[in-house]
Design a protein around this ligand. Structure first.
Ligand code: FAD
Length: 314
């Protein structure tokens, strides 16, 4: 296979619209090569394909439509990407749960290395990525003919969702791999912004002590600010907060405009997930807590007193 300067971004979508993570991935793609294409694989996902075509900077949308692509099963999507990979020098996925489920399969099928969690494009074959929970940044040079990358979305601004007018090309869908089948999707419904896309996040740690405290102390603050709720791993492991609220090395990587860390000590694994936030506000009763070393605003106080006072003042 020959390398090209064409880049293929694998879109995340809900059949109707394109997820924000794909916009960040398009920005990264534009730094990798001259011509950026977007793959929209789904079933009856024409609105998503049209939305992808309007993203500024996208030259072409490949639209694969088939029932076996409806639910984003990783085996089928990986096969679809591999079937189309030939002309591309780069295949880019957002480093989300969905992207991380498919990219390794694609890399393995193409027998190339995957470069994970890319944060900076040095040149079309050299990329930076964090290791050791973000304490070291390595530059990785790849000589593979096709570079398979997952993109840390918080490291790249989103491409403008409107302004483009790319051509949409229908491509043949691959057959069902038969390796997996769709059983059920249970989607947590929430009025709140999605954690990975929120402008403001209110996060709580072990200090909250119970899920009731999350509800009674942090939820009103999040409601007042229109914020998403997050949590440390200690809070999640203790059952105070659901799994998908976890921020950090083994949770979500976030970079909102404002991040409130309430009763979170600031372990490196937590910082790895939120230290790129524009403004960090920490409330902790221990003046020595490491979270204060990254905080723009630090309040040494008991959160059970400080948070209600903050809500009253807002
Ligand atoms: P603690 O460290 O116990 O801190 C609680 C803080 O609350 C303390 O600073 C205390 O002073 C303060 N406090 C107590 N009472 C009050 C009060 N009334 N008012 C105000 N402050 C109060 N952690 C993550 O968060 N995300 C991850 O993704 C993650 N991944 C990990 C991966 C690995 C491989 C490992 C080994 C660990 C990982 N961890 C992760 C765990 C991490 O090391 C810490 O254990 C965890 O972040 C601690 O959570 P915490 O700050 O809520 O709890």
């Amino acid at each position: 296979m020959t390398a090209g300067n064409k880049v293929l971004v694998i879109a995340e979508h809900d059949h109707g619209s394109i997820r924000c993570a794909t916009l960040n991935t398009v920005t990264a793609a534009l730094l990798c090569g001259a011509e950026v294409h977007v793959l929209v694989a789904g079933h009856r996902a024409e609105p998503a394909a049209s939305a992808a075509a309007r993203i500024t900077g996208v030259a072409k949308v490949l639209h694969a439509d088939a029932p076996q692509l409806a639910e984003g099963l990783a085996e089928n999507l990986a096969a679809q990407v591999v079937a189309l990979a030939g002309p591309y020098g780069h295949l880019l996925f957002a480093a989300t749960s969905a992207g991380k489920n498919v990219a390794p399969r694609v890399a393995a099928l193409l027998d190339v290395a995957q470069i994970s969690d890319m944060t900076h494009v040095v040149s079309p074959d050299t990329f930076e990525r964090p290791i050791y929970a973000g304490n070291v940044i390595v530059a990785v040079q790849s000589s593979d003919p096709i570079k398979v990358l997952t993109v840390r979305t918080t490291a790249f601004d989103p491409a403008a969702p409107e302004g483009g007018s790319a051509q949409i090309e229908c491509v043949a869908a691959v057959a069902d791999s038969g390796l997996s089948s769709f059983v059920e999707r249970i989607v947590a419904k929430s009025e709140r912004p999605e954690l990975g896309e929120a402008q403001i996040i209110v996060s709580g740690g072990r200090a909250l002590g119970s899920s009731e405290s999350f509800n009674t102390v942090l939820t009103p603050l999040a409601d007042k600010l229109g914020a998403a709720l997050g949590a440390s791993r200690a809070a999640v492991d203790a059952g105070y907060a659901p799994n998908d609220w976890q921020v950090g090395q083994t949770g979500k990587i976030v970079a909102p405009q404002v991040y409130f860390a309430c009763g979170i000590s600031g372990a490196i694994q937590h910082l790895a997930g939120m230290k790129d936030s524009k403004i960090i506000v920490a409330i902790n009763k221990d003046a020595e807590a490491p979270i204060f070393s990254v905080a723009d605003y630090g309040l040494e106080a008991d959160l059970f007193q400080a948070v209600p006072e903050l809500i009253a003042a807002l």
